[in-house]
Design a protein around this ligand. Structure first.
Ligand SMILES: Nc1ncnc2c1ncn2[C@@H]1O[C@H](COP(=O)(O)OP(=O)(O)OP(=O)(O)O)[C@@H](O)[C@H]1O
Length: 507
């Protein structure tokens, strides 16, 4: 899951005291925290302080963020393994003179020298990062320890692996970590899209969150190991995270082969292939302890890159650059800067600006027509037209950007549930944020989501009445529609309303 943009850095004055620690300089910001360097006042030992804030969030976002903070605090405090970042203390700031800091949670941790993401970004694509096997050994050992305790990290990716002094390798960022209750737990639909297993897409459960099992970490380890051993190449082709996710789903459904980088040593290839087994059950057979044992054995055998055999790969992740690659995906994602990143195989987006266009004399507000038309261009599947999106929006909100149904937690012109929106969010107006209350963001995200629903139904052999299925899926979930084998009874009146509007817009 791509957790989103870094939050604006929380300004902490140099010399600020937190228990026995003194803040020195800013290190960086993530989705829900800002990290500063610090030193212990008594002996100048280095530390890092992560400040977790909720004051910039809307009330709806705050509730789920506070839950994530509680999780991060809890798991950080209990983490006790050489491969999990150590937290010295957790403090809730009590500083009424500084309203911006009062009530903020501060975690004082061991200070890393850099993250694995930074190490990969500094290296050469195609070449294993320095000390690749030792780093993977540390990650696998940390993961095995977490799984033994019944925890799932749920957000394993290079940015969340910290490299400390003397070769230390630490798993960090426990905001999405969960404790298993039975075989799985639920987390909000966030995280890195590049590291979620293919079943994550078909198991999304709307407001409740997403089912997460230990095998999600095993999959993420497979992706991460491929990146570490190939200098950042993602195992699935595609020039955006969503394209790579679609390629992974295509592989998991049996429609495509797994094609790992040719430069991988055979034993690593085999191990990564086991981590990337298409289904949860096969990955469960491997298990994190066995994974750690096998990684340790491979580490002892050393890592060599076999040069000259590489297939064109794809550098994945912000700051790692993007290489062109085609993928059999029909989802067209425009990046936030507006330039197309993918090469859609068929048809070109502009080819459908005529069919399904919004009629001049319709009741669709003029100010929204361009937004809706542009949003529909994000999907090349013929069912997702401007007219369909307009009909859906009319039925959802009557084109009211401020519409809300607090009882069901749905807001804005496209009636997004904020947590679900987060998982799909697109910056439709290119203003740098993704806001479910902004019509361009909400409508662009609706287009991307309906496109995915359309493809899900086609993948499940559902070819009849696709617009109806899309509308029903948007109101319920892809799973509900697939299980019902069509429009569920309770959604029928809403679907009929949308179809009536669609008929008006396509007469
Ligand atoms: N203990 C630490 N020591 C040194 N640097 C750290 C430490 N923890 C985090 N950082 C760095 O601080 C920055 C912000 O980290 P943070 O965990 O808030 O976000 P992130 O991991 O970059 O992103 P996200 O939270 O969105 O996944 C990153 O550059 C990260 O590498």
């Amino acid at each position: 899951m791509d957790p989103g943009h870094p939050s604006p850095a929380l300004a902490i004055p140099e010399g600020y005291r937190i228990a026995d620690w003194t803040v020195t300089s800013l290190i960086g910001s993530g989705s829900w925290g800002t990290v500063y360097a610090a030193r212990r006042t008594s002996d100048a030992a280095p530390a890092a302080v992560k400040f977790l804030r909720t004051d910039l969030l809307t009330p709806g976002q705050r509730a789920s963020m506070e839950e994530l903070i509680r999780q991060e605090v809890r798991f950080s405090s209990e983490a006790d393994h050489p491969n999990l970042v150590r937290t010295h203390t957790v403090v809730t700031l009590n500083d009424p003179d500084r309203p911006g800091l009062d009530g903020v949670t501060a975690l004082v941790m061991d200070r890393a020298e850099r993250s694995l993401h930074e190490l990969i970004a500094a290296g050469e694509p195609g070449t294993p990062v320095p000390d690749a096997a030792r780093i993977l050994d540390g990650v696998a050992a940390g993961l095995a320890h977490m799984h033994t305790r019944g925890w799932v990290h749920a957000d394993l990716k290079p940015a969340n692996i910290l490299l400390g002094p003397d070769g230390a390798v630490w798993l960090a960022d426990f905001g999405l970590t969960v404790e298993l209750d039975g075989t799985h737990a639920y987390i909000p639909p966030m995280g890195s899209l590049d590291h979620v297993p293919p079943e994550w897409w078909s198991e999304r459960t709307g407001v409740r969150g997403t089912a997460v099992r230990p095998t999600a970490d095993i999959w993420a380890f497979g992706v991460l190991a491929h990146q570490v051993l190939t200098g950042g190449l993602h195992p699935f082709p595609g020039s955006t995270a969503r394209a790579r996710a679609l390629a992974a789903q295509s592989y998991a459904s049996g429609a495509a082969q797994l094609r790992l980088d040719d430069a991988l040593e055979p034993q690593w290839r085999e191990l990564i292939g086991s981590c990337l087994a298409p289904d949860h059950a096969s990955r469960a057979e491997l298990g994190a302890e066995e994974l750690a044992r096998r990684v340790r054995a491979l580490r002892k055998g050393g890592v060599r890159a076999r040069r000259g055999l590489r297939r064109p790969g794809v550098l994945a992740g912000a700051g790692l650059g993007l290489a062109a690659a085609t993928v059999a995906a029909t989802l067209v994602l425009l990046p936030e800067d507006g330039a197309a990143r993918t090469t859609p195989p068929r048809p070109t987006p502009s080819a459908k600006t005529v069919p399904g266009a919004i009629p001049e004399d319709s009741d669709v507000p003029v100010a929204l027509r361009r937004t809706i038309t542009d949003a529909a261009k994000r999907c090349t599947d013929e069912e997702v037209t401007p007219a369909l999106l307009a009909a859906m929006i009319k039925a959802e909100s009557g084109f009211d950007p401020k519409a809300s149904r607090p009882a069901s937690g749905e807001y804005g012109i496209a009636m997004w549930t904020p947590s679900v929106f987060q998982a799909w969010a697109v910056d439709g107006d290119g203003d740098g944020d993704k806001d479910h209350m902004s019509p361009p963001d909400a409508i662009a995200t609706m287009a991307v989501f309906t496109c995915w629903l359309d493809q899900r139904f086609k993948d499940n052999g559902m070819r009849e009445n696709l617009p109806e299925l899309i509308v029903a899926g948007y109101r319920t979930s892809d799973k509900t529609v697939i299980q019902a084998g069509g429009v569920p009874e309770r959604t029928r009146p809403h679907v009929d309303t949308v179809m009536r509007y669609l008929k008006e817009y396509t007469r």
